[in-house]
Write a new protein. Structure first.
Length: 252
């Protein structure tokens, strides 16, 4: 069974490397990850510079490659160049920090899993609460069980799973299938000047949590559940198709 692991934390990302070490006893694991952190890069791909692939480690059941590109680049290279065939499943993570609600639109972690789904490969994006103990073996056993279920049951076309794991130390109530919530940020821009006197802005912000729907990933994780959200990357609002056609927009 062949698995590709990637992330947006970089090839030295501890969560991904710990997961690779755990899975290599059972699967043939290939890590293809960015050479440095590429968080919040969404689904960007590299078109205007060469991509370089560097082998970092090679064992019988574990190979690790670093790429000077994005998480989506890594998935493409992993399939087309490194393996030269489709793996059985692609895992993006374990990301150090949760990817909940509308944050997935910015997430390199989730975008890598979307890229895998575009290729028609079962994919899981995995994120872990920042306060959690990355050494906790229960995290890896749960993910092994989830991988086995996905390989056994399969996933619908163009669908991936976005998994968010709260801190086990605070108690886990169970596993819950969820919908995406909505996260709103209060953005702040700090104005400064560079040594040449030119102004620049540094963006920051804090979460304004207003989500109260218990079906959502945001509320479920807060309440102590492992959240699994099925994500479909077709963003079409089908209910709007007939409405748009009824507008009878003229071409002058």
């Amino acid at each position: 069974m062949k698995i590709i692991l990637t992330n947006d934390d970089g090839v030295q990302g501890l969560g991904m490397l710990k997961l690779a070490e755990y899975l290599k006893d059972k699967y043939k694991v290939t890590v293809v990850a960015p050479e440095k952190e590429r968080s919040a890069i969404s689904h960007a791909i590299t078109l205007h510079k060469p991509l370089r692939l560097k082998k970092v480690k090679e064992e019988d059941s574990l190979k690790i490659y670093a790429v000077n590109g994005t998480p989506s680049d890594c998935v493409k290279l992993g399939i087309e160049v490194v393996l030269k065939e489709k793996p059985d499943i692609i895992i993006s993570g374990i990301n150090e920090g949760l990817n909940l609600g509308t944050d997935i639109l910015y997430s390199g972690t989730v975008s890598a899993a979307i890229e895998a789904a575009i290729y028609g490969i079962p994919a899981i994006a995995v994120s872990l609460a920042e306060t959690a103990d990355i050494e906790d073996r229960r995290i890896y056993k749960f993910l092994e069980n989830l991988i086995e279920k996905v390989l056994e049951k399969g996933l619908p076309k163009n669908t991936l799973l976005n998994v968010n794991i709260p801190d086990f130390k605070k108690g886990i109530k169970g596993v819950k299938a969820t919908i995406l919530g909505k996260r709103i940020y209060i953005e702040t821009f700090q104005k400064n000047y560079d040594p040449r006197g030119k102004e620049y802005y540094w963006m920051a912000g804090k979460i304004s949590e207003i989500e109260k729907d218990e079906r959502t990933d945001i509320v479920s994780v807060k309440e102590g559940y492992i959240s699994i959200t099925p994500i479909h990357f077709d963003l079409t609002e089908y209910n709007m198709i007939n409405i748009l056609n009824s507008w009878d927009i003229k071409i002058e």
